[in-house]
Structure formats: structure tokens, C-alpha cells
Design a protein around this ligand. Structure first.
Ligand code: PLP
Length: 402
């Protein structure tokens, strides 16, 4: 098992511009193979799905291939892969659909660690039917969201728990298995896991996670801009979304409104295949190669993180908010005396892309005492190399030690 970052970088035309991309948590750069797959599907004869013409069969194949690829990536059943425009879009759809089964006085648990896409849809859907949102806090000092914190907010009226597998702001990875076991043991509730940030860094096993739904976004893991929800097909069979009368009632199509974006699905398959090739393991199933690739990527990111994190923490005036024991290589920080947008602009002037924002993790930013403005975030991606990290550290030394 090897991970050669120079070889990986050669697949990304975007890196030729020369920037050090620490903006991966907002969306990764795209390998050539993904762009080629998108272009190929757009320039090949494609029609509405069907089995008569080659064009129909091609569309059918693109959809089937994409579901199979995502099932391998997520440890899920291909029949349980719902494809959509974005995680936010899909989560709104699922929240409105599930809310139709809630009664006034039912409860929905959300957390302040989460991106707003896994908070607001649930809160608004709950309020629309007279159900009550329950907010779980995390510890702003340690960044930890404990199982006990969730337990304290469960009741016999809990119908759904929405929780992140990893915070896109501070990287915290709560113990999802323990949370799903707790929720399913204590209440008749579903668990909707926001896996958007997690899936970019850790290998996913939906079945082992115990989650009822796993939401993610391929553009965070080298794919095109779209969203996915994976679930057990048996659970999907029991749910009834609003849909057009002539549209099929089959699962998972029942949840996919309108014509599917074949080109984005082809690009997503290519992204999964690209990820599967990262460890240069030639044998085994794609799922096995993906697990090996994530392990190799993990080692690479750990090495870079060891280079970056202690130095960053020791720079004068730097306060790092990413402190949980288990977390992704995503660091949120402020510097005393520096305006976050000014710092971000100085870094950008030095070819370092590290935006400053609440990154839509609004409750999280507020709970950390950072208000709505948030601060600077640097995240590692599969193509980040030592030179990127050295450039960031050199720029920070220059700016902060001047
Ligand atoms: C943790 C997390 N959840 C949800 C989202 C929303 O994803 P999408 O842009 O696919 O709606 C993001 C996007 O930044 C995210 O980082």
C-alpha cells in the first residue's frame, strides 16, 4: 500500500495555477478522470433511461454504475442510494417527507456541532407540524459532542436525531456508532447522519454505523457538485415522498425528482474509482480497494497534520478551536489582533487558499464564541503536500512574527 502525493497531484489540472488549496472542506479540486467522465457522458448518445436504444441503455448503465459505486463507497445497498442536487436539497426533501408522520408534541433532536443543512431543515419541518426541536450542545473548549449529551435530550416523543459524523468547522467526529445504538435503544427514532465532511476523510460503513440515513456530497471527495443520501432500501420502501403521478414508485427513484443528472452521476462514479485507485492496490473488490485507499490517505493526512498542527498552535496569538480527540485534519483558528478576513486576504496574496467564515456551521460558530463571522479554516485534502504546509507555516511566521 503506497501513497505518492506527487503522482496524485498530477491528476489535478487545477493545481497548475499554483495555489495551496486548504479550502478542501468547502469542496475539493477535480481530477482529470472525473471531468473526462462528465464530458464523455454529455457527448455520448444518451436518452431517457430505457432498454431499447443504445442511448437509453447508456443512461440506464450510468445510473446503475453510479449507485453501485456509491454503495461500495458507503458500505450500502445500491438500491438504497438516492441521488440529488445537494445534501441540503435532499435533507430538506427528507425532512418535509418525514415531518408528515410527526404529531404535535413529537421531538426532533439536532446538535450545535452540525452544519446548518442538518439543523434548519429539521427545525423548520418540526415547527411546521407543531413538533419540538431539541438542541444538543457540544463542549466549546474540547469540541466534544458526547453520547451523554445526546442521551439527555431523548424522550419517548423523539422521532428523529440529526447528527454529524464530522464537523466541517472544527473536525470533531462524534461516536456515531454509540449514538445510533443509544437512540435506537431508547426511542422509536430515526438517525439522520450528516456524513458530508466525514466521507472526505474516513471510510464509511453505513451498516456498521447504525445510521438510518447517511448524507454526503461527492464534490467534497473529488467528484462533481451533487448530493447523495444512502439508506436501507427496506426503510425507503416504507417512506412516501411527494412525487409526480407518472413517475415510477420504485425505490430509490421514488425519491429522485425529475430526470437524473447523468453527467454528474458518471462523474461521481469516476470519483469513486479514482479514490479506489489511490493506494495502488490492484486486487480485491472496489470496496476493499477503497478501504485500503482511505487507510493510505489517512496516513498521508496524519503525517501532514503532525507537520502543521504543533507549529500552528505554538505561533504567537494563535487560538485553535479544533480540539476533539477524534477529528478530521480540519483546523479552525483565530490570531489575536488580526481580523479574520484580513488574515485570509494576506494568506491569499501568498497563494494560500484558506477562507474565513462560519462555513454554514452557524450554531457551531456561535457556540464557540465566534459569532456569525467565524474565522479562518485550513483543511487537508488528498492532494495537499508538504510544500503546501510549509508555505502556510512560512506565511504565518512572516505575518505573525514580524
Ligand atoms: C458538514 C456539511 N454538511 C452539509 C453540507 C452541505 O452540503 P451541500 O453543499 O451538498 O448541500 C456541507 C457543505 O459545506 C458540509 O460541510
Amino acid at each position: 500500500m503506497t501513497y505518492d502525493v506527487a503522482t496524485v497531484r498530477a491528476h489535478f489540472p487545477a493545481l497548475a495555477e499554483g495555489a495551496a488549496h486548504f479550502d478542501g472542506p468547502g469542496g475539493t479540486q477535480t481530477p482529470r478522470a472525473v471531468a473526462a467522465a462528465v464530458a464523455h457522458s454529455l457527448t455520448s448518445p444518451v436518452a431517457n433511461r430505457g432498454l431499447v436504444t443504445p442511448a437509453e441503455r447508456r443512461a440506464e448503465g450510468i445510473v446503475g454504475d453510479c449507485r453501485a459505486a456509491l454503495a461500495d463507497l458507503l458500505g450500502a445497498d445500491p438500491r438504497g442510494i438516492v441521488f440529488g442536487r445537494s445534501m441540503t436539497d435532499l435533507t430538506y426533501d427528507f425532512s418535509r417527507m418525514l415531518a408528515k408522520t410527526w404529531e404535535p408534541g413529537d421531538e426532533v433532536v439536532v446538535t450545535r456541532l452540525d452544519h446548518d443543512a442538518n439543523v434548519r431543515p429539521w427545525v423548520q419541518a418540526a415547527e411546521a407540524v407543531g413538533a419540538l426541536p431539541r438542541f444538543v450542545d457540544f463542549d466549546p473548549t474540547t469540541g466534544e459532542l458526547s453520547v451523554e449529551d445526546i442521551a439527555a435530550h431523548l424522550s419517548p416523543r423523539t422521532r428523529l436525531v440529526a447528527v454529524t459524523a464530522a464537523s466541517n468547522l472544527i473536525g470533531t467526529m462524534p461516536d456515531i456508532r454509540a449514538i445510533t445504538a443509544l437512540v435506537h435503544g431508547a426511542a422509536e427514532a430515526l438517525v439522520y447522519v450528516d456524513g458530508v465532511h466525514f466521507t472526505a476523510h474516513e471510510s464509511v460503513d453505513l451498516r456498521a454505523s447504525g445510521g438510518d440515513f447517511w448524507a454526503c456530497s461527492p464534490y467534497k471527495f473529488l467528484g462533481p457538485h451533487c448530493g447523495v443520501v444512502a439508506a436501507d432500501p427496506g426503510l425507503l420502501e416504507a417512506l412516501r415522498p411527494d412525487k409526480l403521478l407518472p413517475a415510477t414508485d420504485a425505490v430509490p427513484e421514488r425519491f429522485e425528482l425529475g430526470t437524473l443528472p447523468y453527467e454528474l452521476m458518471a462523474g461521481t462514479t469516476a470519483a469513486v474509482d479514482f479514490l479506489a485507485g489511490l493506494a495502488h492496490v490492484d486486487s480485491g473488490t472496489r470496496r476493499e480497494r477503497l478501504i485500503a485507499a482511505y487507510a493510505a490517505m489517512h496516513q498521508h493526512e496524519r503525517r501532514l497534520r503532525e507537520l502543521l498542527e504543533p507549529t500552528l498552535r505554538n505561533l504567537p496569538g494563535v487560538q485553535v478551536y479544533s480540539n476533539a480527540q477524534h477529528r478530521t485534519p480540519t483546523l479552525l483558528f483565530t490570531v489575536d489582533g488580526w481580523d479574520n478576513q484580513q488574515l485570509r486576504a494576506e494568506l491569499a496574496a501568498r497563494g494560500i487558499n484558506a477562507p474565513a467564515s462560519n462555513f454554514y456551521a452557524l450554531e457551531c460558530s456561535r457556540h464557540l464564541g465566534l459569532g456569525d463571522a467565524g474565522c479562518v479554516r485550513v483543511g487537508l485534502a488528498p492532494y495537499t503536500d508538504e510544500e503546501d504546509v510549509e508555505r502556510l507555516l512560512a506565511a504565518l511566521r512572516e505575518l505573525l512574527l514580524a
